[in-house]
Design a protein around this ligand. Structure first.
Ligand code: PHE
Length: 324
């Protein structure tokens, strides 16, 4: 660079040192880079320069201009004194942190994808429900223990945080009637907290109502689903159970590390439920099932404490980056 230009930069630095206010800095900026500024005027000399010199001079002037610009920009007034911020360009760059999907989100997409391939359409609904949609319409009597204040989060006397996504099924049957084949993923709430229960967890329930649906359809669908989810033929058993909204009802257990573990509840939709949503049980029948997402994720990934899903510990969560 021409000598006069390098001394111009030192001169600019000296002048900036004497600045006391941002206004002083602005004045210096216009003295050098303004319309009639020194550097700006140097550019006009380009026009008269010899053809052979033009390119070199143009390049030097551009460097000068951007140097002056950076120095002015990096000059701050601190305690009434100016200080040039020093940028250490030799420092290593910061790696951009790429997030990963939450294991629960990964599991929800895996499960919904499988169920979608069996013809179930996803439907979502509200989380603050009337007692009617969460309990009554599902044939759950007032005396049932789940309606106790100790088990359910009541918001108002007859409003609560839904305890299962079966409430969405009631809304859908009322709005769409039969036939239908839906799944309802979402958050549900129960007063429970220990290594295998949390007050909020995720469920997916399925519902298939049509003419002539029977227990064989239920078995076929759920056995296929479990094998597809775990990626291999699983040893499972259907155990008779009780749910007010299905009759007969069953729970499915899978054989896991030598033990039977319960993975989902299911059954044929109770005729009272069909009547409550104006579907004629003599014409239509159907099956329903409900499963806990955290539970299925824990089994697949070998996680023993469900609360880890909600602690936002990056070292735990980042292990699932490539899980999909
Ligand atoms: N609603 C039940 C629960 O939350 C699950 C379920 C759904 C069971 C459908 C049977 C049939 O526990």
């Amino acid at each position: 660079m021409q000598k006069k230009y390098s001394s111009l930069i030192s001169e600019l630095r000296e002048k900036l040192k004497d600045c006391n206010t941002a206004h002083d800095i602005a004045n210096i900026k216009s003295e050098y880079l303004g319309k009639n500024g020194y550097i700006t005027n140097e550019f006009s000399k380009l026009r008269n320069a010899q053809e052979s010199e033009k390119k070199k001079l143009g390049k030097e002037l551009n460097i000068l201009k951007s140097q002056a610009h950076d120095i002015i920009l990096n000059t701050n007034i601190i305690n009434n004194k100016t200080e040039e911020r020093f940028v250490d360009v030799t420092l290593p760059g910061k790696n951009a942190f790429v997030g990963s999907r939450h294991p629960i989100s990964i599991t929800i997409s895996e499960i919904t994808k499988i169920l979608e391939s069996h013809g179930f359409t996803p439907v979502t609904g509200i989380e603050v429900e009337n007692e009617y949609y969460n309990f009554e319409a599902l044939n759950i009597p007032e005396s049932h223990p789940s309606r106790d204040m100790h088990d359910t989060f009541y918001v108002l006397e007859d409003k609560l945080l839904r305890t299962h996504t079966s409430s969405v099924q009631i809304h859908t049957m009322l709005n769409q009637s039969a036939p239908l084949k839906i799944m309802t993923p979402g958050k549900v709430y129960r007063c429970d907290s220990d290594p295998t229960h949390s007050p909020m967890f995720h469920q997916i329930e399925g519902l298939y109502i049509d003419k002539g649906i029977n227990f064989c359809h239920l078995k076929g669908t759920l056995i296929a689903f479990i094998d597809e989810y775990f990626g291999k033929k699983m040893e499972i058993r259907f155990r008779p159970s009780y749910f007010p909204f299905t009759e007969p009802s069953a729970e499915i257990d899978i054989r896991f590390k030598g033990k039977w573990l319960e993975v989902l509840g299911c059954g044929m939709v109770h005729h009272n439920v069909l009547e409550n949503v104006n579907i004629n049980p003599k014409q239509f029948s159907g099956f329903a099932f409900g499963l806990g997402i955290e539970r299925l994720a824990m089994l697949k990934y070998g996680i023993t404490d469900l609360r880890m899903f909600f602690e936002n510990d990056i070292s735990f969560l980042s292990q699932f980056e490539r899980a999909e």
